[in-house]
Design a protein around this ligand. Structure first.
Ligand code: F6P
Length: 353
C-alpha cells in the first residue's frame, strides 16, 4: 500500500501526534506499507512535492507542536482556478499527480477549508480518510477537533496570569482570543480562566452590558474585570448591518471594545492583550495527545479496511467515522441552546447580551 499523508490549513498542537498515530497503526499492521509525506498541504500535492518516510521519522514527535510535513492555506475557492503553467485547474492537477504516483490513498489532516477540498477530491475518485484538526473546534459532526484542548489551555494560562496584574492596578483587561466564526476557545477558556465577561461571534453584545458588569464589580469591592472576547465578536449594532457594510480590518474587535470602554470609564485603565498564535503553538495537552492517538489509530484502521471517503470523529465517548459529504461545507458554531452557554450564565458570567 502506498499512502500519502498531508496536513493542511493553519497548524495546531497535535498534528504530529495524529500523524504518528496513523503511521504506527499502518506500519504495525502490514509489512508492505509505504508512507509518503506530502509537503506543505495541498500545495505539495499540486506541485508533486513529497518524500518517502521511514518508520523512525514518526518517533519522538508525540509532543511536538507544528507539523513535520509543513502546511499551507490553499483556499477552496482557488482550487478550481485555471493554472496557465499546467493548463488545467488545481483540482485536476492534484488528481493527476495522485494517479501518476500510484497512491492507494491519502490521509488528510485539516479544518473546514481542507475538508471541502478533501470531499471534492474524493468525488473525483481519490481514496481519502481525514482527521478533524483545528483549535476553533468548528468542524461539523465531531464533538471536538484536536488542537482545541491545547489552545484552550494556552488561552486559559493567559487569563490566569492577567488576574494578578489586573488586581494590582485595578484595571480592566480585554483579552482577544482566536475564533472568527465560532467562539469555542473564548467560551471554554473564559470559563476556565475566570473571565467576568465572554463575548462570542454567535452572540452580538452591547458595550452597555459590559460596562454594567464592570460597574457592578467595582461597587462590590472588586476593582478589576477580565473580559475574554473572540476575534469574531461584534456589537449588536454591527451585527444588524448587512454583512457587506460591516467594516473589517483597521482595528480588531478587542481594540474596538477597549476604545469604547476607555471613552466611558474615566476612573479605570483598560488594557488589551492579544495572545494570537501563542494559542496554536507549543506542546499538545495530554488530552489532545490521547485524542490524536485514538483518531490516528481509527484513521489507520479505515485505510487498512479500505473504507474511504470518511472523517474520523469523536461522538460521545467513541471514535467513529462520518461521511465526508456530511462534513464538507458546514460549520459548527455554538448553538444558542448550548448547555455550556446556559451554565456560563448561571455562573454569573456575562455574555454581553
Ligand atoms: O483556523 C484557526 C485560526 O487560528 C483561527 O482561529 C484564526 O482566525 C486563524 O486561524 C488565523 O489564521 P492565520 O494563521 O492564517 O493568521
Amino acid at each position: 500500500m502506498k499512502i500519502g499523508f498531508l496536513t493542511s490549513g493553519g497548524d495546531c498542537q497535535g498534528l504530529n501526534a495524529a500523524l504518528r498515530g496513523v503511521a504506527k497503526t499502518l506500519f504495525g499492521a502490514v509489512p508492505y506499507v509505504e508512507i509518503f509525506g506530502i509537503e506543505d498541504g495541498y500545495r505539495g500535492l499540486i506541485n508533486s512535492r513529497w518524500r518517502k518516510m521511514e518508520q523512525h521519522e514518526f518517533s519522538g514527535i508525540l509532543r511536538e507542536g507544528g507539523t513535520i510535513l509543513g502546511t499551507s492555506r490553499q483556499p477552496f475557492k482557488t482550487i478550481r482556478d485555471f493554472d496557465a503553467a499546467s493548463n488545467e485547474d488545481r483540482l485536476t492537477t492534484m488528481v493527476r499527480n495522485y494517479h501518476n504516483e500510484c497512491f492507494d490513498a491519502l490521509v488528510i489532516l485539516g479544518g473546514n477549508g481542507t475538508h471541502k477540498t478533501a470531499y471534492a477530491l474524493s468525488q473525483c475518485g481519490i481514496n481519502i480518510v481525514t482527521l478533524p484538526k483545528t483549535i476553533d473546534n468548528d468542524i461539523y459532526c465531531t464533538d471536538y477537533s484536536f488542537g482545541f484542548d491545547s489552545a484552550v489551555a494556552k488561552a486559559t494560562d493567559v487569563l490566569d496570569t492577567l488576574h494578578s496584574t489586573a488586581a494590582a492596578h485595578g484595571r480592566v483587561f480585554v483579552c482577544e482570543l482566536m475564533g472568527r466564526k465560532a467562539g469555542w476557545v473564548a467560551l471554554y477558556a473564559g470559563i476556565a480562566g475566570g473571565a467576568d465577561v465572554i463575548l462570542l461571534p454567535e452572540i452580538p453584545y452591547t458595550v452597555d452590558s459590559v460596562l454594567e458588569v464592570i460597574h457592578k464589580r467595582n461597587r462590590s469591592g472588586k476593582n478589576f474585570s477580565i473580559i475574554a472576547i473572540a476575534e469574531g465578536a461584534m456589537t449588536r449594532d454591527m451585527a444588524e448591518k448587512p454583512k457587506k457594510e460591516r467594516k473589517a480590518g483597521d482595528i480588531s474587535p478587542g481594540q474596538e471594545l477597549v476604545r469604547a470602554l476607555e471613552n466611558r470609564l474615566d476612573q479605570q485603565d483598560v488594557r488589551l492583550v492579544i495572545p494570537g498564535h501563542f494559542q496554536r503553538g507549543g506542546d499538545p495537552t495530554p488530552t489532545d495527545r490521547v485524542f490524536c492517538s485514538r483518531l490516528g489509530a481509527m484513521a489507520g484502521e479505515l485505510v487498512l479496511k479500505r473504507k474511504f471517503g470518511y472523517m474520523v470523529a469523536l461522538q460521545g465517548s467513541s471514535i467513529g467515522a462520518v461521511a465526508l459529504s456530511e462534513v464538507a461545507g458546514k460549520l459548527k458554531t455554538i448553538p444558542v441552546e448550548n448547555e455550556v452557554l446556559k451554565q456560563a450564565r448561571l455562573l454569573g458570567i456575562s455574555l454581553g447580551e
